[in-house]
Write a protein that binds this ligand. Structure first.
Ligand SMILES: [Zn+2]
Length: 141
């Protein structure tokens, strides 16, 4: 079990002044996106400048945390050393949020072990060493 936590520490974020609000919101079970005050572009991940126009007037907006699976990949090789071997395989997903932005995340099995392209998904905040991470799982009806 300690190996699991050690392995997961390797993927923990290192919040910056720009991304701190996003990670703090995750700890409060909220998913935030940034919107540009100049061109209204909504985007993920946290940045200092709007990726569409370079605008600096950015504000945070809540996402409903729902979307669909754009793609996924099952990982069978430990990229973080042998401590990760016990966690294999795991599934990395690209989620198209209903609000528009595409998020890279991890799939948390809930029923079916693997997602399907186009499947509806909902965020599930998963705590690792005191930081909640925005993973995704199958949306229930
Ligand atoms: Zn912009």
């Amino acid at each position: 079990m300690e190996d699991d936590v050690d392995a997961m520490r390797a993927v923990l974020p290192a919040p910056t002044v720009d991304s701190r609000p996003f990670w703090d919101a995750c700890n409060a079970d909220a998913l935030l996106l940034q919107r540009c005050g100049h061109c209204a572009h909504l985007f993920y991940y946290a940045r200092r400048l709007c990726p569409a126009c370079g605008g600096t007037e950015l504000r945070w907006e809540p996402s409903a945390g729902r979307g669909s699976v754009y793609s996924f990949s099952e990982v069978h090789v430990a990229f973080h050393g042998s401590a990760s071997d016990g966690r294999l395989p795991y599934t990395v997903v690209l989620i198209d949020l209903d609000e528009g932005p595409r998020m890279l995340s991890r799939w948390v099995p809930g029923g079916a072990a693997s997602p399907a392209v186009g499947q509806r998904a909902v965020v599930r905040f998963t705590s690792v060493s005191g930081q909640k991470l925005p993973f995704f799982t199958a949306e229930r009806d």
